[in-house]
Structures are given as C-alpha cells and as structure tokens.
Design a protein around this ligand. Structure first.
Ligand code: FES
Length: 79
C-alpha cells in the first residue's frame, strides 16, 4: 500500500527503514523520503510505525523502541 504519494513510499518501505535502523519518525521519513513533499502522509507513516513497532503515540523526534516486530504478529490488522 502506498503511504506517501508524493514520493511513492509504501508501508513495506517504511517497515524496511525500521529494520535497517531508523529509530524515530523523523529518521524513517528521512530514510524513505516519505513526508518530504506536501507532508500530508506523516500521520499515515506514523500509523504504520505504531503498528509495526507495536507502540502508540510515536512523536517526530522521540526514539521508538526497536522491537522484534518482524517476528511478532501485528497487534491489529493492517489493511
Ligand atoms: S504524500 Fe507524502 S509528502 Fe506528500
């Protein structure tokens, strides 16, 4: 699913950025270029991060915990 239409960034790209070491929303946006155009997708990027890392209320620069999210089932269904 495309999350950022300006930069054509998918939820898979966002999860890969986390797996490659992105630890904040800002780092994830920088790594994928999501949110660097109009900025409308940042809430969607955050939602993907919250689901993937199994954390709520991720802020722009606050580090989120790297988890073994890739090996855990999603907490809620991802469309
Ligand atoms: S939709 Fe992501 S920057 Fe515009």
């Amino acid at each position: 699913m495309i999350v950022c239409h300006c930069e054509v960034v998918s939820d898979r790209d966002i999860r890969k950025a986390v797996d490659d070491g992105a630890c904040t929303l800002a780092q994830t946006c920088r790594a994928t270029r999501a949110g660097t155009g109009c900025g409308a997708c940042v809430f969607g990027v955050r939602a993907v991060l919250e689901t993937y890392t199994r954390q709520d209320h991720i802020t722009l620069h606050e580090p989120f915990e790297e988890t073994d999210a890739a090996t855990q089932p999603p907490r809620r269904r991802v469309a």
